[in-house]
Design a protein around this ligand. Structure first.
Ligand SMILES: Cc1cc2nc3c(=O)[nH]c(=O)nc-3n(C[C@H](O)[C@H](O)[C@H](O)COP(=O)(O)OP(=O)(O)OC[C@H]3O[C@@H](n4cnc5c(N)ncnc54)[C@H](O)[C@@H]3O)c2cc1C
Length: 313
């Protein structure tokens, strides 16, 4: 694909954001209690503000049925140029374990690679050491020799199969507004949240430029975003149900294999969570890579919630 690939490192992200923050910003401080107009810190100090936003990250929510994208990655220096010309997003020509499995390789410099061993699995447990060994074998199999391991990372990201919109709506309608994963603001199929985070930050910044921010005002803005995002992404949840519930774990790769034969523009719009209705049709027409009976069985979001005992009675 001739698509540009952008990446940001945590270090640079941190540097750039800090340079822009107001003097007096508080770091490394635990919020013990948050309220509509105050936050109590771990040291007992109470901060008062007209606008409080809860960005404390993911928490277990009872209204989503989830699968998981989990991975371990090694950033390595190899002893010779690796000759990988561009990122390899999904190399699934490897044994399939624990669901859909693929390697994801990013060439950062001529001799530096970031390599992920990734799984689309039903469970969230991550065997870090085993995965690290598999990355080392993959590096060997490609004829590369590790000179130095620069960094390791691992993660378990949520993949949304179905959710109770009423409960999501209720939680976004009351109290301190939450952003990020806790507000279900992430791509349902990749689990990535950076684009949604940027959109949320932009939304709040524009509101601030128009007048003083309050907790109520931000809650209303986030609520509208949460609602529209949830509705716009129902198709992704359907695809996820096909992947996780209609396809046998060892055959999940066939769903992706078919998908990556589609038009490159469609693939870009898929990652950007901007598929058109026509794109959606293109994704599902043709011979399904999953048994038809099972595909029909996962069409309804509500039925899956019922089966898993999730949602409003
Ligand atoms: C290894 C790895 C790689 C990833 N790669 C990508 C990627 O390439 N692209 C992408 O889009 N996403 C990626 N993700 C996912 C992305 O990082 C998460 O979706 C995102 O960070 C979630 O954002 P959030 O704001 O909801 O929560 P978080 O980023 O978890 O932020 C919550 C913050 O709140 C702090 N906090 C929690 N409780 C308190 C408290 N009581 N008081 C004060 N502070 C508190 C936490 O310390 C944390 O800093 C990756 C995740 C991992 C782990």
């Amino acid at each position: 694909m001739q698509t540009p690939y952008s990446a940001v490192t945590s270090d640079r992200f941190n540097r750039v954001l800090r340079a822009d923050l107001a003097a007096g910003s508080i770091f490394q401080s635990h919020a013990e209690q948050i309220g509509l107009s105050s936050v109590t810190l771990g040291n007992g100090n109470v901060l008062h503000a007209p606008c409080v936003i809860d960005a404390r990250g993911a928490r277990d929510v009872p209204y989503l049925a989830l699968g998981f994208q989990k991975f371990v990655a090694l950033e390595v220096e190899v002893d010779q140029p690796h000759r990988l010309q561009c990122p390899v997003i999904m190399d699934a020509t490897i044994p399939q374990h624990d669901g859909y499995r693929f390697f994801y390789s990013l060439p950062l410099t001529a001799t530096r690679l970031l390599i992920y061993d990734t799984y689309y699995s039903d469970g969230r447990e991550l065997a870090r050491e085993a995965l690290e060994q598999r990355i080392r074998s993959y590096i060997d199999d490609n004829g590369w020799t590790i000179q130095r391991i620069c960094r390791e990372e691992h993660g378990v990201l949520p993949i949304v199969l179905a959710g109770d919109a009423e409960q999501l709506d209720r939680s976004a309608s009351a109290g301190v507004p939450t952003v990020g994963l806790a507000a279900a603001l992430f791509h349902p199929t990749t689990g990535y949240s950076l684009p949604d985070a940027v959109r949320t930050a932009d939304l709040i910044t524009r509101a601030a430029a128009a007048g003083p921010l309050t907790t109520d005002k931000v809650r209303q803005l986030i609520l509208e975003t949460v609602r529209s995002t949830w509705q716009q992404r129902s198709f992704y949840r359907l695809l996820n149900r096909m992947l996780f519930r209609a396809a046998a774990p060892s055959a999940r790769y066939q769903v992706l294999e078919r998908f990556y034969r589609l038009d490159v523009g469609l693939i870009q719009r898929f990652y950007a969570a901007r598929l058109t209705k026509l794109d959606q049709l293109r994704v599902v027409i043709g011979k399904p890579p999953v048994p038809l009976g099972r595909a029909l069985g996962v069409l309804s979001e509500r039925d899956l919630l019922k089966q898993e005992g999730i949602g409003s009675p």
